[in-house]
Write a protein that binds this ligand. Sequence first.
Ligand SMILES: [Zn+2]
Length: 739
Amino acid sequence: MFNKFILVVAAILCTAGIVRAQSDVQPCATDEHYRQMLEKYPQLAAMETQFEDQLSKRMAERTTAATDTTIYDVPLVIHVIHDYGAENLSDTVLYDAVKYWTTVYLKQNADTADVIPTFVPYVGKPGMRFHLATKDPNGNPTKGIVRFQSYLTSTADDEAKFGQWPQNEYVNIWFISAFGSSLTGVAAYAILPSTVVFEPFYDGIICIASYVSNDKTIPHEMGHIMNLSHPWGNTNNPGVSCGGNDFVDDTPPTMGHNGTGCTAAALYDTTCATGYEKLYTSSDGTMDSLVNYPDTANSQNIMDYTYCARMFTKGQAARMRAAITNATGGRSNLWSPANLAATGALTPMQDLPPVPDFIMNRGIPTTSDTRAYFLTTNCASSFVFRNASWNDTITSVSWAFSNGATLPTSTSMSTVTNKFSVPGWVTVSLTATANSGSTTLVNTQAVYAADTTPAGGVGYTQSFASASDISNWPMFNYYNNQFKWEFYHGAGIGDTTCLRYRSYDSSNRITGNAVGDKDDIYTPAFNLSGTTGNLYFNFFTTSAYTRHNIGSGTTLVDDSLEVDVSINGGASWARIGGYGSTRLYNNGNYGIEFVPNSATQWLPRSLNIPTLYRTGETFFRFRYHPGNTGNDLYIDNMSIGTLPAGVKEAVTSAPNTFNIFPNPSSNGFNLVFKTGNDGIVSYNVKDITGKVIYENKKVFNANSVEQESISRSITPAAGMYFVTVTIDGVNMTQKMVVY
Ligand SMILES: [Zn+2]
């Protein structure tokens, strides 16, 4: 009988404490996550000690039990977080993967034959079987696989763990395309049972999809779920010191092997293990037994990083079995008969109806921007619809397209290339058929075929007075989330209506970081051909930021608005302007949702439209990139004209004033003024000495806004000048700076 052990440290050469190699990229980020949790929740250390105490008692009991052959059944749910790329793993791949994970946990993986002789006696059997759930948390039938489209699949972290099912009922596994910059080089990580209590909503495994069947990545992470540490301990780094502890006796001390590969040096590494043995004592203090463990590191251990993982040890198996029979992290509930019944883990999977789905094809290069959702009716480019139906048993599909489609119907299982002759939102119906029946998806706003008839040209104005005024301004919320464009009733310049981008988020953002999302609103076509001189795309914005989303002291760089132009029917877009950070936010910090209530809160925005883009069929697009710091952005009074935004509005609302733009300038000036009752306007330019160097007098329509230009030749020398305008006998003077 023994209930205590002491470690014989004679052969342990290095006893350094926690050493962190910052530049060291590790394939599993479980330790890093654990360290962050320890920093955030210091009480974790005490809880950990208590948990280890319970576990060692439990392990001792189990070791002494004559036969412990219980097999623990574990319900799983797999969340495929994808953007329709290769990370959208098929059901078949996942079914096969789950089966394989079970063989490893039953010690039935064939490659245990490769275990070096030293460790053959130590190969352990955790005794667990994994089952995709057949009932979801609401009791509805499921295949235990959930698919969710998100931009976060390519910059994943905890916030990509969408839609967790109760973590004490299912082990949640999320597959993603790639981790974000804070997890560079990481393949996967998992949450240890003792840390679950602090952030239960992140419990589970998150793994890059391409590692689904890569050298036991998931069995390794499942080891962490069942409380295994890396053999070098979870507060250590591999390759740094021998001093770590994984609380498992038959995994000899090791520094671990990261990036070394499965070399002979790694396989027969004795650096930390030479002379390794353990003395177990009885409760009365007398020696009970001395066990001489191998003097070689167990580099083929699934919890090492050698990428020749073959085995768990018996001690690790015992530790996992102790964890799954302990309430910490809710692990002991997973295999309870009641939970197995509720999750349908042991019930054969039903044949469920297919799920019809499609996506616009990505072009080359494979960036999300190359997905076309907006093209004109006569565009040389085509829409490409790609079938993404799933549930694995699909035998045929049937497509139907509205809007005078070139191909009104199709049965293509892959892609359909199509054009539309009738402008407006295109309805796409997709029926997927499988042996269990057919399901039809009807998407009434699948893509937008834009009218090529210009909505206007120079002088066009849009005050967003009603939603019907912008029925030909299609809005796209590509990821179908809370960050989106909308017609807004409740604010505006001179009225109470405008456009709004909803960037304010009142949720506590456990999942769904905004960074990486983007949303578009497109204008109708404009005829700008033949226009010369300055031509402006004008609009007004007002916005604020939300400090509580970013913490104090963080810079405001995240949200941005860009304006793009297209002259080939939406096939490609060029950026003509953008606003971010302090150039975007003009109303400071709002802890609540920002709604403007005064005209003074609005900023005029003007973008000169390059001559290249002045065609008979020019489109514009507002694209918003939310970034966690934004509050709502409002847009109103869009116009196309020869005056920049604000200039005309200022003189219209305040007679007896005039505007000079641009100022300063090196290339001449424009005067903008509102004429008086007789329409007569005279103006002169004086140099710095007060000498009149130019004067002019003209008759315009009465009470109208007019513009005059002053060429650079009038003010050849750089410096300051004065302009005096006389209207209805009133003189007004302003400075003008030439450089
Ligand atoms: Zn790990």
